[in-house]
Design a protein around this ligand. Structure first.
Ligand code: GDP
Length: 367
């Protein structure tokens, strides 16, 4: 069979994987001129659809950004700050300024002070080697903060091009689609694609003025995000859709909480106290005694303790234990991509179990 290529972007057409480059539904193959789904949506709806790409291509794009004079807008998911971080970015962007944007602010409980979160993001960014010129909180889905970020982009870009970067699932497409409306006032056909030298992928090019554009770069897959270890259905359970309702547990020493079958929190010592869980409202929390915890998992993972489901267990990485001695009162133990548990008392010993490859971090409480 001849290899078919997309008349839009020139990539090879495939019909198997929607998330990969060149996907077209099988019915599209019957047409004389074949266009991939990504180009189809772009052409007909001015709508961006994210595709993932190889690390190699992404590095080429990042390297390219470093050698141009531009403003870089980096998006993270504030619910999965560390998981959605692009680790090497600061080494690639050269002298360019970076605006850091935390998306999905609508998920956080109202009791969380946004100023505190912004400060924490600044501090964490610095620890991770990045010095953003400014930090914004938005909800691309609800439209919160879009006007403000659009104005900030205009101000900070200072007559230059803009590149938007972020890993998959941070909400980059939702954000870009909002920005297009904000910048273009819903005119049609404002978007074109530009070829980035040395890569297989075109960038989405949204004109800002006569000379400059805003470019949407493809989302990179961060393999250590928990999202890559669960099925699409389970992802719907663990990804909060609404404001998180904190759930409080009074625990005695040597008690355990299971978060579905995805993660586990052991309270080892520190005296009876309350723990506040900030997780998707749909994710079941199951309490048990520490001494029974292993057996419970052994017997009931995939059933009582789900997600993952029974048929997904084979593919699911083993849980790995991380022990923490929490010295200070009001500390969050963050399960990357799932949420966090706030520990109220100082000198508390806990063990956090997460799928191998997924991160756990400890931070000063945000609430
Ligand atoms: P991309 O892969 O970075 O392009 O991400 P998408 O724009 O496709 O969004 C990924 C997921 O996050 C989708 O399920 C969106 O509905 C969701 N999402 C995007 N922005 C927001 C937001 O501001 N708040 C919430 N709660 N969800 C969002």
């Amino acid at each position: 069979m001849n290899k078919e290529v997309c008349i839009g972007c020139g990539v090879e057409i495939q019909t198997e994987d929607k998330t990969k480059l060149g996907f077209a539904p099988p019915s599209a193959l019957e047409k004389e001129k074949i266009i991939c789904q990504r180009c189809f949506k772009l052409k007909n709806y001015n709508e961006i659809q994210d595709v993932s790409l190889t690390d190699d291509d992404f590095l080429k794009i990042l390297n390219g950004i470093g050698s141009t004079d531009a403003l870089v807008v980096k998006i993270v998911d504030i619910f999965d700050f560390n998981g959605s971080w692009l680790p090497g970015l600061h080494r690639f962007v050269g002298k360019n300024n970076i605006l850091l944007v935390g998306n999905k602010v609508d998920l956080l409980p109202k009791s969380l002070k946004q100023r505190k979160l912004v400060n924490w993001m600044k501090e964490s960014a610095r620890e991770l080697g990045l010095k953003p010129i400014d930090v914004f909180l938005i909800s691309a889905e609800k439209g919160h903060g879009i006007k403000e970020i659009a104005e900030a982009i205009e101000q900070y870009r200072n007559g230059k091009d803009v590149y938007v970067v972020g890993c998959t699932n941070v909400g980059k497409s939702t954000f870009i689609n909002r920005l297009i409306k904000e910048f273009s006032g819903e005119e049609e056909d404002v978007i074109t694609t530009s070829h980035f030298p040395g890569t297989t992928l075109d960038l989405i090019d949204i004109p800002l003025d006569e000379e400059n554009s805003l470019y949407d770069t493809p989302g990179i897959i961060n393999h250590h995000q928990i999202a890559h270890y669960v099925s699409g259905n389970d992802l719907k359970i663990i990804t909060p859709k609404k404001e998180i309702k904190p759930r409080v547990f009074q625990l005695n020493e040597k008690q355990t909480l299971y978060f579905g079958g995805l993660a586990r929190f052991d309270f080892i010592s520190g005296g009876r106290q309350s723990f506040v869980c900030y997780l998707s409202n749909l994710l079941n929390i199951h309490r048990t005694k520490l001494e029974n915890a292993d057996e419970l998992y052994h017997k009931h993972a995939g059933e009582l303790l789900n997600p993952p489901r029974k048929n997904e267990l084979d593919e699911f990485p083993p849980l790995v234990a991380h022990e923490f001695m929490i010295k200070e009162a009001k500390t969050d133990v963050v399960f990357s991509g799932l949420g966090w548990v706030t520990i109220n008392e100082p000198n508390t010993k806990i063990v956090a179990h997460v799928p191998k490859g997924v991160g756990v971090i400890v931070r000063k409480s945000l609430i």
